[in-house]
Ligand binder design. Structure first.
Ligand SMILES: Nc1ncnc2c1ncn2[C@@H]1O[C@H](COP(=O)(O)OP(=O)(O)O)[C@@H](O)[C@H]1O
Ligand SMILES: O=P(O)(O)OC[C@H](O)CO
Length: 492
């Protein structure tokens, strides 16, 4: 065992900050969590107070460290909600305005103007992303366009911009480090996916001064140290949360994939040292990088995952608790022809139809709440199956195929959902007993950076790890897939 038996993971999410302490064997010892306020100043806008992000993250780190000697912590790993940006003053370390969150849609018109001007193919080739308000660049551009005084100060080098990892590194190191990692930088629309550096053409296109930006490091690197947790602790790992989960699920070889079933679903497939350009509406992005060799992934996400279950519970009152949905859906053998298309906020990848709206189809006098519950779980799995189909079409020319799908996130607790997912994909779905894969990934990156835990994160090990094997044949599933495809056409 190492002389330093712990690794601390800081997981800064969209609705809460968490700190998780792991021991030298990668076992979870402690979890601390604090939620913070969401601000919706106008329709489509979503903001966070940068001070709330910092204060909740520091408080959870201190809570997780209670009674632990900092000298016993080998390193800290940081993982974060991606794309969200913070703008601060270097001298005081104070944010100038609220952070603009990844969900914020205020820059839709700017994106449309750039698309109309024909920039999308070039942007896609350089960044692997689409032109969408989701990503950071247009959010930064909006600040500088609206505030000429901020632009002047930005150009003079007085201000700093960063995704949430950068902001937390700055605060943790008390202004000594302005850095980010390549996974986070790959979500900004400003980094060249292939070189891993800020792209001068893109900085010009979005009119963002280079003086604002952090330096880009691999995910395992020397990110300085903090003395704010009672002693000096090294910061050695940083990655965006979906890439940290991919790493924490042990997916670091081409063709390995994970799906996180949270509010939305985030599906990532590792593609090794090659960036695959998606022809089917997915994103090409950086995967966690432990050495000089860049790593890549394909990514697809859907907006409504576990949120469908929230809607059945809070919107329709169909169940009182999320975990009642599974027994209710199991009480019928199938959905009885009912199909739910959860396009409540449009359809994301691979369809990208923001104007589409949800539908509940195929109702008869015999339809019950159980049929609707079943259709809801099928809708989560069907959307992810569509993402995976697109992914496999993109990956096939590179010779990549899927062996299994590793899962995490709150809604993966639903065994029926996992079984339907395995049936639709035709490969086993692996559900680990230890579901904190995002934090484990961050901890593993930090441990790797500190010279511990060399090599990959083992996927399993616990007796209660589960494997859902496909039980239905393609012909059994054909009616479901046909009904789904027809329903999708109706809402589009
Ligand atoms: N047993 C269940 N079956 C289906 N969905 C569930 C179940 N339990 C929780 N969920 C869903 O999981 C989501 C919460 O997962 P979580 O990973 O905490 O999400 P996030 O990180 O996006 O907040 C909620 O949308 C909730 O409806
Ligand atoms: O904070 P989460 O877990 O909702 O993750 C947010 C994603 O990183 C957004 O791209």
């Amino acid at each position: 065992m190492s002389a330093k038996p712990y690794v601390l993971a800081l997981d800064q999410g969209t609705t809460s900050s968490r700190a998780l302490l792991f021991d030298a064997q990668g076992r979870l010892c402690r979890v601390a969590q604090r939620a913070f306020a969401q601000h919706f100043p106008q329709p489509g806008w979503v903001e966070h107070e940068a001070e709330d992000i910092w204060a909740t993250q520091l408080a959870t780190a201190r809570e997780a460290m209670e009674g632990i000697d900092p000298a016993e912590v080998a390193a800290i790993g940081l993982t974060n909600q991606r794309e969200t940006v913070v703008l601060w003053e270097r001298a005081s370390g104070r944010a100038l305005t609220r952070a603009v969150v990844w969900q914020d849609r205020r820059t839709a018109a700017h994106c449309q103007a750039l698309r109309d001007a024909g920039h999308e193919p070039e942007l896609r080739a350089r960044t692997g992303l689409t032109l969408d308000p989701y990503f950071s660049a247009t959010k930064v551009a909006a600040w500088l366009r609206e505030r000429p005084d901020w632009r002047a100060r930005a150009e003079a080098g007085e201000l700093a911009v960063g995704t949430v990892d950068s902001w937390l590194l700055w605060r943790l190191t008390e202004g000594r480090v302005h850095a980010t990692d390549s996974t986070n930088a790959s979500r900004t629309l400003l980094m060249n996916l292939h070189t891993g550096a800020w792209d001068e053409e893109l900085l010009r296109l979005f009119d963002v001064p280079a003086a604002l930006l952090p330096r880009i490091e691999p995910s395992c690197a020397d990110f300085g140290h903090t003395t704010l947790l009672g002693g000096r602790i090294a910061l050695r790992g940083v990655a965006g949360d979906q890439q940290a989960a991919l790493f924490g699920q042990g997916c670091n070889r081409p063709g390995q994939a994970k799906n996180t079933y949270g509010t939305g679903c985030f599906l990532l497939m590792h593609t090794g040292s090659q960036a695959l350009a998606s022809q089917h509406g997915l994103l090409s992005t950086r995967a966690a990088q432990v050495d000089a060799q860049a790593q890549y992934a394909l990514e697809g996400s859907v907006f409504m995952g576990g949120a469908i279950v929230q809607w059945l519970r809070d919107g329709l009152g169909l169940v009182r608790h999320s975990d009642e949905i599974e027994p209710l859906a199991r009480s019928v053998p199938d959905s009885g022809g009912v199909v739910l298309v959860p396009a409540f906020t449009g359809l994301g990848a691979p369809h990208w139809r923001p104007e589409a709206r949800g539908a509940l189809l195929g109702l008869t006098r015999g339809s019950t709440r159980a049929h609707i519950a079943r259709a809801a779980l099928e809708a989560i799995a069907l959307q992810c199956a569509d993402l995976l189909d697109a992914m496999l079409r993109d990956a096939a020319p590179a010779g990549l195929a899927l062996q299994d799908l590793r899962v995490d996130g709150g809604a993966c607790a639903n065994g029926l959902l996992m079984q339907v997912q395995a049936d639709l994909l035709g490969v086993p779905v692996l559900r680990p007993a230890m579901r904190e894969r995002t934090a484990l990934g961050a901890a593993a990156l930090a441990a790797h950076g500190a010279g511990l835990w060399r090599g990959e994160v083992p996927w399993g090990g616990a007796e209660s790890d589960e494997r859902f094997r496909p039980q239905a044949s393609a012909s059994d599933l054909a009616p479901l897939r046909t009904a789904w495809a027809q329903a999708l056409q109706r809402v589009m």
